[in-house]
Design a protein around this ligand. Structure first.
Ligand SMILES: [Zn+2]
Length: 170
């Protein structure tokens, strides 16, 4: 996917530039370990080139398909995030500032896909559950919840029976 999500570093005039990128299912195909397999987002990149560095403001909005923690069904999770990052040419000075990325002098362009990927994942809520329906009721699939509940009860029964067997044998 090289080239699709890159911004030019050479030939860019000082000042402000904007770039727009569409992030769809193909984007996530490029990351094998991605928890997200489908999505529909837009990235709006505001670039400001100064004499010594490039400031980037990356605004991503849209939705991604993830699995619900409660009913295990997939749903579309809204994603809105805004991040700032600075690009500097040269070698990493070990300052350890996560907001600064050092790019080699010879780079003609910079690939944003890794940043997009990280920002989208960071924007996901810790607990992923279906948003409530318009009527305020739980948005989860009731059939799946019922099935998971009975499965849990079954497992508990099994464990109880095994425990009983153990106790009776001693
Ligand atoms: Zn759910």
């Amino acid at each position: 996917m090289t080239g699709l999500y890159t911004i030019p570093l050479i030939g860019l005039k000082e000042g402000k530039h904007t770039f727009e990128f569409g992030i769809g299912n193909k984007f996530f195909d490029g990351f094998e370990d991605s928890e997200i397999k489908e999505g529909d987002l837009r990235a709006h990149v505001l670039l400001e080139k100064g004499s010594a560095c490039i400031n980037l403001r990356i605004v991503i909005s849209g939705a991604v398909k993830i699995s619900c923690d409660r009913c295990l069904e997939f749903f579309m999770q809204k994603v809105e995030c805004e991040n700032n990052i600075i690009l500097k040419t040269g070698h990493d000075t070990d300052e350890g500032d996560p907001e600064i990325i050092f790019v080699p002098f010879s780079s003609h362009e910079f690939d944003l896909s890794q940043l997009f990927y990280e920002y989208i994942h960071l924007a996901l809520p810790l607990r992923r559950i279906h948003p409530d329906g318009k009527d305020g009721r739980c948005g989860c699939n009731p059939d799946m919840i019922a099935r998971l509940e009975s499965h849990r009860a079954e497992n508990e029964n099994k464990q109880m029976n095994e425990l009983k067997k153990l106790l009776n044998n001693n």
